[in-house]
Design a protein around this ligand. Structure first.
Ligand code: FES
Ligand code: FES
Length: 178
């Protein structure tokens, strides 16, 4: 056992756990932050994605000790952080995923939304290709991705005050609604 000193969702914490535990294990099994999912547990699926100093990382591959001295954000932190910045209710990414119906079982969603949040923080006006690239490490076994991409595009459009692009399934080759 050892004591990890972590900053999680803005809180400085001391948590005792086996020294070899991953960040994901500490988050889920000591801190009770079970929004971060344990999918493949070997770096393939992205379900365990959290933000480390604002960048998406796979918490199943990262020893908890390597997160000391860095700011960790899990899905549980998105809404409180949004409110702390003066927002109302859920983070706009969470709201857009909800409104677009961008989920079925929901298992991939915490990681997916954190990857989307990191993208929009870095690049508020990503192209559809850049959205695909940013979410490429997050696998969804249910949705087919269309509404997930649509949700991110909705965030972009609403931030810019313009109409969102038509999703691929409702647009012809010229992007016109069908
Ligand atoms: S659980 Fe970490 S990548 Fe799948
Ligand atoms: S909604 Fe089921 S894995 Fe994505």
């Amino acid at each position: 056992m050892r004591v990890f000193r972590l900053n999680v969702n803005g809180d400085d914490l001391e948590v005792a756990a086996p020294a070899h535990w991953t960040l994901l294990e500490v988050l889920r099994y000591e801190l009770g932050l079970i929004g971060s999912k344990q999918g493949c547990d070997k770096g393939d699926c992205g379900a365990c994605t959290v933000l480390l100093d604002g960048s998406p990382v796979l918490s199943c591959l990262r020893l908890a000790a390597t997160a000391e001295g860095h700011a960790v954000v899990t899905i549980e932190g998105l809404m409180p952080m949004h409110k702390a910045r003066g927002g109302d209710g859920a983070d706009v990414v969470q709201d857009a995923f909800d409104r677009c119906g961008a989920l079925q079982c929901g298992f991939c969603q915490p990681g997916m939304m954190l990857s989307a949040r990191a993208l929009l923080n870095e690049n508020p006006k990503p192209t559809r290709g850049e959205i695909h690239d940013a979410l490429a490490g997050n696998l969804c076994r249910c949705t087919g991705y269309t509404q997930i991409v649509q949700a991110v595009e909705l965030c972009v459009a609403e931030a810019a005050g313009v109409e969102p692009a038509q999703p691929a399934w409702s647009a012809d080759a010229n992007g016109k609604k069908v």
